[in-house]
Design a binder for this molecule. Sequence first.
Ligand code: BES
Ligand code: ZN
Ligand code: ZN
Length: 499
Amino acid sequence: MKFTLKVTKPELLNTDILCLFVWENEIKRSLLPLPKNILTHIEEGINAEDFKGSKNDFIVLSSKGLISSYKLILAGLGKKSDFNLGILMEQIAKTIRKVRENKGVKIGLVFVSDWSDIMGTQRTAQAIVEASNLAAYQFMKYKSGEESKNLRPIEEVIINIHPAGLAAAEQGIYLGRIMSRATNYSRDLVNEPPRLTTPAFLADEALKIAKNSSGTIKAAVLEEDEIEKAGMEAFLGVSRGSDELPKFIILRYKNPHAKKKIVVAGKGITFDTGGLSLKSPEHMETMKLDMAGAASVLGIFSALAELKPSVEAVGMIAACENMPSGKALKPGDILRAVNGKTIEVLNTDAEGRLTLADVLSYAVKKEKPDEIIDLATLTGACMIALGQDIAGIFGNNENLLTQLEKSAKESGEKIWRLPLEKGYKDLIKSHIADVKNIGTGKYAGAITAALFLEEFINKTSWAHLDIAGPAYMEKDTPINPKGGAGFGVRLILHYFNSI
Ligand code: BES
Ligand code: ZN
Ligand code: ZN
C-alpha cells in the first residue's frame, strides 16, 4: 500500500473512494471544505440514515458523479473532546475495511485540520499509516481457492493535507510504514504453522534480518552444546522432550550515539503441548502462538536498521518446543539456571518461565544491560485478569514502567500494571529447591509467574510484559484479523524512539 500526500481540494483527489471523517454533532463544520452541491447530496444521505458522526457511525454513498470518486464514505470520529489516538486508529481501520468491502483500490482520506491539531501532524499521519496497514493485513498464504483470487488489495491511500503540515506528515508516514511492516512481519511468524516455525526456523529468520541490515544488526545462534556450556539447564530441560534442537538466538543493534543498553527477550516456545503435564485439546489448539514474544523481538529488530533509534539493543530468544516424550522433563525434576538458582518443576506446562529464567540470568551476566524488557505469552491467568486486549506489565523500576506506559499510549497497544507483590513470594517457595515453577493454590497466577522471573533478574531494571491475551486475536477486530497480532512491536519501537 502506497501513501501519498496531496495539497488540493478534497473533491479533486481523483480516487475510487473518498473517505470523509467528521466529528459528532459538528458534521457540517467538519465537511466545510467541500463544494455546495456535494454537501447537499451528503446532507440528504445523513438525514436518510440518521448519521450522527458517533464512533460507530458509517455511511457509504454513491457520489452521483458529482466528483471523480465513485463513492463517498462518511466515518464518525465521535466527540472531539473524547478523541484520542486509539479512536483515530480504530476509525481508520474500520474505514479501510469498508473500503475493501466496496472494492476501492485507490482511496482518499480527508485530513481535517483540527484533527491533526489534537495530536500533531506527524503523529496523526503515522497513526493513519499504522492503522491502514494493520487493518489491511491478511494471511492468505494457505488459501488456495476463490477467496484469495477475489482479493483486491488497496493500492494507494492519498491523504489530503494542508501545505504547512507536509514535512511533518512525510516523517509520520515514514515511521508508520516501518512500524506497521515490522508488526505485520511478526504476525506472519505467529500465523505460520508450527511445523514450519521451529527453533531452527526462528534462528534463520534472525540471521536473515542481520543479512538484510547492511551490517547494522548482528545475529548469533548458540547450538545445543554451547547452550549446555553456558549452563542453561532450565532451558534445556524444557527442550529435552522434543526432536527439534533448541536454538539460543542473539540479535544485536548498536547506534554510535546509544544512550542505553537494553535487552529485549521474547518467549520462544515454538509449540506448547504442556509437556508431560499435557494440555487438553482445546487449550492446545492455538499453542503455535507461544513464540509470539520471540516473533515480536524479530519484528522489532527487523525495523531497527531503518529506524536507527539511539540505543544499544540486544534481542534474546531461547527457542524450543515443549513436547511430551520418553526424554521429557518430569514433574519433580530439579533444574539449575545460569545464575545458580535451583528450580523444582512441578508442572511442565509452566515452561516459559523456565526458559526465561536462563535468558534473564544470562542477559544479566553476559550483557550487564541498563534495562531488560521481556515479552512472553506466559500465563492464562493474565488473560483471566485483563482479557484479550490488554497485556499485563510488571517491573522493578518505576521510571521504566512509566516510560513504557507512555509508549503504550502512543502506539495504541494497551498495557496495565500489575503488582510484584512481595507477600506472595512464599507461594513459589520450594521445600527441596530454591523456587518451584508454579504457585501454591489457584490464585494470582500472573503475579506468581512474574515473581518467579524476578528471581533471575538480580538488580537490573526490568519490565515483564505478559502478552498471553493480546498476542493472538481469537476473532477479527478492526485493526487485527483473527490470528497473530504482532503485539509489542510498536510499543517497544515507540519506546526506543523516545530515548
Ligand atoms: N503458554 C501458556 C500460557 C498461555 C495460555 C498463553 C493461553 C496464551 C494463551 C503457558 O506456558 C502455560 O501453559 N501456563 C500455564 C501455567 C500454569 C501451569 C501454572 C497456565 O497459564 O495455565
Ligand atoms: Zn505451557
Ligand atoms: Zn507456554
